[in-house]
Design a protein around this ligand. Structure first.
Ligand SMILES: Cc1cc2nc3c(=O)[nH]c(=O)nc-3n(C[C@H](O)[C@H](O)[C@H](O)COP(=O)(O)OP(=O)(O)OC[C@H]3O[C@@H](n4cnc5c(N)ncnc54)[C@H](O)[C@@H]3O)c2cc1C
Length: 522
């Protein structure tokens, strides 16, 4: 077998690359990440993530590191053409994952924390100043060719003659919307039909509370120029303005022009513009997220207008989904057929989110005054919308037809042997079998669960301090629930005597493990 440089190569060291590198290296796998730029990407982008994503940060141990700058929020307000409210979307607190439903954050602080988390892991190596150029598949590995780039001026890359080739069992393309891995793997990027240009800017106000009278986040659906505002973390504020027909990105290079747009709220005496950029918001989806040993995650696989604040969140879900599959494969507990369900699971959920985001954009980016007035009247007449619930997994590696299959698992606060905290920190991560009462499973099943590192936890063996876990099982009439390492439910059973069939179903969907355990038992 060819000597490999790593188990997994990650191309692109943005937030999704950082997260998947951390998740894999925490399991002891050798991860090599390659990034073209010397430093964290300097332009203004994500400002929001949800409770499900916070649970992933919890797993990476970075919550304390980022908590100081985070701002929890539970509502999102839209104003109509007349400046009055047309819509308020609120979410119950806490979210299912046991954290606030939404957080506002300053992306560079989050990335710094992720980078520190990866730096602390001995099996991860980060190589900056390399551009991935090509991919070649072999039977047992993939070879990635890279070119060294010079960056004498920040953000300005000059190719050099120095090239190298690195080999690993898998490569993850987390290299953003113009992914070289996607291109080298020959994967098409489908356009779902949305394209609007917006100016985006981050501000550091002298007095960050001075604009506290504006709800954050909020969207002004003003046909004269749709725009939005939010806090992004405790020290910064974000404004975004849609470009009108005939305007170009060049028109806003000059900060003086940007300050003209900000005039209703702030002047240069009130703070400074930290960074600004014009983006074209597009709705696109890769036709597949896997080609052999090449896998896509994050913006490499999907881009969306940011009206739901879910682009990065979707990428983190990709990372969490991919990490546990690769972990089982690299530990020899599953064949790489386990990757077959990565695309169906992630693409379907991503497609829903991309389409919903584009639809929110179509509703809010109306430039015709009469159409905007009609929209405002219709939204005001309508019932307040329920919280936007993201869809569950609808296929893939779940117990099809079982209660709760594909749903997000609830996290509560528990106490075990005097230790109190969130469930994952106290009971452990990985596969989790949560039952109402202790169960005696057949020996081969107990051994199978041991082998995949599952934690078997009975509610009677812990104190369900906030009652959330008991209430969750009650609500679904379930006696046991089997949760995957990415916090999605494999399936639940209404009575404990149905549990062996559920465990068998999981075992059947992880064929290598099944064969090994059967061989061991007979
Ligand atoms: C204005 C705006 C607001 C947004 N708001 C939100 C929000 O509130 N919430 C949310 O969830 N999402 C939001 N998003 C989306 C979010 O920013 C992206 O989804 C997220 O940054 C994608 O992360 P990523 O790691 O997949 O890609 P990127 O952040 O693009 O990182 C890719 C990395 O790969 C590197 N790279 C690229 N090509 C190569 C190569 N060939 N070789 C080596 N390295 C390479 C790049 O330099 C980069 O560092 C917003 C986006 C915009 C534009």
């Amino acid at each position: 077998m060819t000597a490999l440089d790593a188990d997994v190569i990650v191309v692109g060291y943005g937030p999704v690359g950082q997260t998947v590198a951390a998740l894999l290296a925490r399991q002891g796998h050798r991860v090599a990440a390659y990034e073209r730029f010397a430093e964290v990407y300097g332009l203004p982008r994500a400002i929001h993530f949800d409770d499900e994503i916070m649970r992933v940060w919890q797993a990476l141990g970075i919550v304390d590191d980022i908590a100081g700058d985070l701002m929890p929020v539970d509502s999102y307000t839209w104003f109509g053409a007349d400046g009055e409210q047309i819509l308020a979307i609120s979410s119950p607190s806490p979210g299912p994952a046991g954290w606030e439903p939404s957080y506002l954050f300053f992306q560079p602080y989050l990335e710094d924390a992720l980078i520190r988390a990866v730096d602390a892991l001995p099996t991860a190596t980060i190589h900056r100043g390399w551009v991935a150029e090509g991919l070649a598949h072999a039977d047992d590995h993939v070879a990635l060719s890279l070119r060294r780039v010079d960056e004498s001026q920040t953000g300005n890359l000059e190719p050099t003659d120095e090239t190298t080739t690195v080999r690993a069992r898998y490569v993850i393309g987390a290299d953003g919307a113009n992914s070289s891995v996607r291109e080298a793997a020959g994967i098409a990027f489908e356009d779902l039909g949305f394209a609007e240009r917006w100016l985006t800017l981050d501000l550091r106000p002298n007095d960050v509370e001075a604009l506290s009278y504006i709800p954050a986040p909020c969207q002004w659906c003003d046909p004269a120029r749709p725009h939005m505002h939010t806090r992004n973390g405790r020290l910064h504020r974000r404004f975004e303005f849609m470009l009108l027909p005939g305007e170009s990105g060049e028109d806003f290079r000059d900060e003086a022009r940007v300050w003209e747009l900000l005039a209703p709220w702030m002047t240069p005496d009130d703070g400074r513009i930290v960074r600004h950029a014009v983006y074209e918001f597009r709705a696109r989806l890769a036709e597949t997220m896997r080609a052999g040993r090449a896998l896509l995650a994050g913006d490499a696989a999907h881009t969306m207008p940011p009206f739901m604040g879910q682009g990065l969140c979707s990428g983190i879900r990709d990372a969490a989904n991919l990490a546990w599959r690769l972990d089982l494969i690299l530990r020899g507990l599953a064949t790489d057929e386990l990757l077959d369900s990565y695309t169906p699971e992630r693409r379907a959920q991503n497609a829903w989110i991309v389409n919903f985001s584009a639809e929110m954009g179509r509703v809010s980016c109306v430039l015709d005054a009469a159409a905007a007035a009609e929209r405002d009247a219709a939204l005001r007449a309508a019932e307040a919308p329920p919280p936007v619930g993201l869809p569950p997994l609808e296929g893939g590696l779940i117990a099809a037809g079982a209660p709760l299959a594909g749903a997000r698992a609830v996290q509560g606060t528990v106490r075990v042997a005097g230790r109190e905290g969130r469930f994952d920190d106290i009971a452990g991560r990985g596969f989790v079998l949560l039952t109402r009462r202790p169960v005696a499973l057949p020996e081969s099943q107990t051994r199978f669960l041991d082998e995949i590192g599952a934690h078997v936890v009975a509610l009677t063996e812990l104190e369900d301090i906030d009652g959330r876990l008991t209430a969750w099982l009650d609500r679904h009439g379930a006696d046991a629930v089997l949760v995957r390492p990415d916090f999605y439910v494999f399936g639940a059973v209404e009575a404990l005597d149905g549990l062996p069939a559920l465990v068998d179903d999981l075992r059947a969907q992880l064929p290598t493990t099944h064969d090994r355990i059967e061989a061991h038992v007979h």
